[in-house]
Design a protein around this ligand. Structure first.
Ligand code: SF4
Ligand code: SF4
Length: 383
């Protein structure tokens, strides 16, 4: 094993990142028992924690890049070892040394695009608000109730723009006072932070916070659980506190108040997948289900491995940008679970999940068998 970073540095970097709890590990192995990687290949978070404890981490190994930060093992750990913090700390060392295994190399292009254009998709900043043209979406101005922050994938990705369009249709139907900042906003920075690039995260966050403050933003409505997580739980470290709402929460509230009602239906069997960063990391399990249960004609099914035990799609922790070989993609397992239920639709509430499930439809040759939808697309269809 080549040990590029010395013991002192590894331990110090982990401690600086709040990951010093790894020393509490007593090697029980519960983390490995629940980790989704062990459904597709060998992987041991227990071993990573053990090696870091002794400063024996091989930062050139692909293993330190595998964790999707799904949150399953921290939930199980009897010693509160905070595996995600420790794992991200190891990636910070590798990032500082510029050591990226082949499957992780796309991160370099992603970082360049985030620095230059504020998004990971190599798209131009000036087009960030273009999705909203012709949809009755206003530019945000001071005094508007909600800033709608669609996030990078809904702003640029052709498949995911449909989710932003559905969201605008719902907000307009409910008479919500909202607007967008378009090219004034950046990526939230959540995923690049999980790849260990703390400096770039801070830069993106500071620029966003400045844009929010300059424009008088108080409430932020988001579509991505990753934006939700970072605005709600990480931006307060910069001494700001915005009210952050996920679209599933707002729609659920509007339906309960009678502010949103349906004139159509959606007569299909729908299995709901809990995104890790909405469910496990932030406790939002009921609202997306109550939204789906309100849609006329819809029959909702529970997947195995749901709610707290949800099976990760594989896209968190920056893995959305890394190569995962066929046969090792969790999203294939998840899609198969939905197919086994004979669901017509696999619904979720996260752009990474949708992107991964769309790919899995091709891998599993299930393009005619099932649809992948965001809950907003289902609601918008039934309005
Ligand atoms: S669950 Fe916690 S204590 Fe047990 S091996 Fe994993 S990190 Fe160590
Ligand atoms: S957070 Fe999830 S992917 Fe990462 S090691 Fe734990 S169980 Fe595995």
């Amino acid at each position: 094993m080549e040990n590029v970073a010395d013991y002192k540095e590894i331990v110090e970097v982990i401690q600086d990142s709040g990951g010093d709890a790894f020393k509490r590990c007593f090697q029980c192995g519960l983390c490995d028992a629940v980790c989704p990687w062990n459904r597709v290949r060998d992987f041991s978070m227990r071993k990573i924690v053990r090696q870091a404890t002794f400063g024996m981490t091989d930062i050139e190994s692909e293993d330190i890049w595998l964790c999707t930060t799904c949150g399953r093992c921290p939930q199980q750990c009897p010693r509160d070892v905070k595996q995600i913090d420790s794992g991200v700390a190891l990636r910070r060392i590798a990032t500082e040394y510029g050591v990226f295994p082949t499957s992780v190399k796309p991160i370099r292009t992603i970082s360049g695009s985030l620095i230059g254009e504020g998004n990971p998709l190599s798209e131009e900043r000036k087009n960030r608000g273009a999705w909203a043209q012709g949809l009755g979406v206003n530019a945000y101005s001071e005094g508007t109730e909600y800033l709608y922050f669609p996030g990078c994938y809904l702003a640029y990705d052709p498949r995911l723009k449909k989710v932003a369009e559905a969201t605008a249709k719902i907000l307009n139907a409910a008479g919500v006072d909202y607007g967008i900042l378009g090219d004034k906003e950046n990526c939230c920075g959540e995923s690049i932070r999980k790849t260990g690039d703390e400096e770039l995260f801070k830069r993106l966050a500071r620029e966003n916070i400045k844009a929010f403050i300059d424009n008088g933003v108080k409430k932020i409505l988001v579509s991505s659980p990753h934006c939700y997580h970072t605005f709600k739980n990480e931006y307060p470290d910069f001494a700001v506190n915005f009210e952050v709402v996920h679209i599933s929460q707002l729609i659920s509230e509007f339906i309960a108040e009678g502010r949103l009602s349906f004139s159509g239906d959606f007569a299909k069997k729908v299995a709901y997948h809990d995104p890790c960063y909405l469910g496990r990391h932030n406790g939002v399990y009921d609202e997306p289900r109550s939204v789906l249960d309100s849609v006329p004609g819809l029959s909702r099914q529970e997947l195995p491995d749901s709610r707290k035990a949800s099976l990760c799609c594989g896209g968190g922790g920056g893995r959305i940008w890394m190569e995962t070989p066929k046969g090792e993609r969790f999203s294939d397992l998840r899609l198969q679970q939905a197919l086994d239920l004979d669901a017509d639709v696999l619904a979720t509430a996260c752009p990474y999940c949708i992107a991964n499930f769309q790919d899995s439809k091709i891998t599993l040759e299930a393009e005619e068998a099932i649809e992948i939808k965001d809950i907003t697309e289902i609601v918008a269809e039934a309005l």
